[in-house]
Design a protein around this ligand. Structure first.
Ligand SMILES: Cc1cc2nc3c(=O)[nH]c(=O)nc-3n(C[C@H](O)[C@H](O)[C@H](O)COP(=O)(O)O)c2cc1C
Ligand code: SF4
Ligand code: SF4
Length: 407
């Protein structure tokens, strides 16, 4: 396993996960014991834990009808013992449910002591939890969710909110939780059934990829829908907030992970595929280390014309032809003239200013490194710029362009 310290340079507040692959929470399963085999993951999300009497009682009712849950008479002691048991493993987050704010605050204080991340579960849709106003009920009560966030953030803990896509307006939700002070949005980018039918997604009962053995079906919640993820949600949130985004749903191989990354996810998380084949996480970690070592920008966007988010303006051509660039610029509130000036100003005195023989005479307007092009590669070789250095400059260029957006 490749393990170059800080290859990814990921920062979320004072927390620096070593890579962008996470184990997602699965109630009743992902505790400290289960997590111990996932030390290579950049983030392990334990839980979901129930923090008060009411959620523990609701969980008992769920158990009575056959679901798995973590239940405890001493939830805070349990939380502390789970954090102690995972100390030093990797970056840890704790996914939690509570029917009032106080237990969240207490849990946040304990979590912060361990330099871990607290994650509000605004995702669960078990009826016993919804009745208490817990889980997905919070998505439909954004003012209360935002009050929770503001109060919890007073403890100084790094805070994630786990959401389910396509329940409410995801962009408005993301903006609200950002404004309230959350650091991370962890999105289960689940397609609605209508979307799935429209996109003709494929049922896979055996997730297969070229590097892993075929692994068996995941029956915890039915088969995983490969391409069942709604990457459009990830892109819309990327285009509207600077929240750290953990993309989740139907990650079964590196192709599906790359789909999430190239639409704007900073990290991806895996639940069912990690249960059926724990090797999935190590495999994804290896692949993403290779990608980052070769390209320097593991979550580089697709080109705008291939459906990429606004960061991809860094790869756009001179605005001289009718194409998707113009609607992207409109979305960003940047005119074509400003776009030319912004990119040219940035590129001046950087090696991408050069580009004799490329389409537009400067690599400022050149494509992503993964798009094969002998013209650009010839200039890279001539100027002694590596692929990774080229992409690092393009990444900075994308940040520079987006600093100038007016919308
Ligand atoms: C049995 C089961 C239990 C789950 N429990 C939780 C939970 O406690 N908290 C939570 O935020 N998500 C929970 N999830 C959702 C997963 O974290 C994840 O969002 C979902 O399974 C989609 O990701 P996947 O396609 O990688 O499985 C659960 C999922 C399953 C299948
Ligand atoms: S400017 Fe070039 S890269 Fe950008 S959308 Fe148009 S054709 Fe695609
Ligand atoms: S020279 Fe190659 S990399 Fe540059 S804009 Fe043209 S096709 Fe893209």
């Amino acid at each position: 396993m490749i393990n170059i310290k800080d290859l990814f340079n990921i920062r979320i507040g004072n927390i620096s996960p070593k890579n962008p692959i996470a184990l997602a929470p699965v109630a009743g399963i992902t505790d400290s014991k289960f997590a111990s085999r996932f030390k290579n993951a950049g983030l392990v999300i334990l839980g979901g834990y129930n923090l008060d009497d009411r959620t523990n009682k609701a969980a008992l009712k769920e158990i009575a009808r056959g679901r798995r849950e973590f239940v405890s008479d001493e939830p805070m002691e349990f939380l502390r013992s789970e954090l102690e048991a995972t100390e030093g493993l990797t970056t840890i987050a704790i996914n939690v449910r509570a029917a009032a704010i106080e237990p969240f605050i207490e849990a946040a204080r304990i979590t912060k002591e361990f330099d871990a991340i607290l994650e509000i579960n605004a995702h669960c849709r078990q009826p016993e939890m919804l009745e208490l106003g817990v889980g997905e009920a919070l998505l439909k009560d954004t003012p209360r969710l935002c009050d929770y966030i503001r109060e919890i953030k007073k403890t100084g803990v790094v805070l994630s909110v786990k959401t389910r896509a396509n329940v409410v307006n995801d962009v408005e939700l993301a903006r609200s939780i950002r404004n309230a002070g959350a650091d991370i949005i962890h999105i289960d980018a689940m397609q609605t059934q209508n979307n799935m039918n429209a996109h003709g997604s494929m049922h896979i009962h055996n997730a297969v990829n070229t590097h892993m053995n075929t692994h068996s079906a995941i029956h915890t919640r039915g088969a995983i829908h490969k391409q069942g993820m709604d990457t459009g949600v990830i892109k819309r949130i990327r285009n509207s907030t600077d929240l750290f985004i953990i993309g989740n749903n139907s990650i079964v191989d590196f192709e599906s992970a790359k789909e999430m990354f190239s639409h704007g996810a900073d990290m991806v998380s895996v639940a069912r595929a990690a249960l059926s084949n724990p090797g999935t996480i190590d495999y994804l970690v290896d692949e993403v280390y290779s990608l980052q070592s070769l390209t320097g920008w593991y979550n580089a966007p697709k080109h705008i014309c291939a459906g990429g988010d606004l960061r991809a303006l860094a790869f756009c051509c001179l605005p001289v032809k009718p194409c998707a660039l113009h609607s992207a610029l409109k979305q960003a509130g940047i005119s074509a003239e400003e776009f030319m000036r912004i990119k040219t100003d940035f590129a001046r005195k950087t090696p991408i200013e050069y580009g004799e023989g490329t389409c537009f005479g400067s690599m400022t307007w050149c494509c992503k490194i993964t798009k094969p092009c002998f013209l650009r590669d010839g200039v890279l070789e001539y100027t002694g710029l590596s692929d990774v250095e080229y992409m690092h400059i393009k990444k900075r260029l994308s940040e520079y362009i987006l600093k100038h957006r007016k919308k």
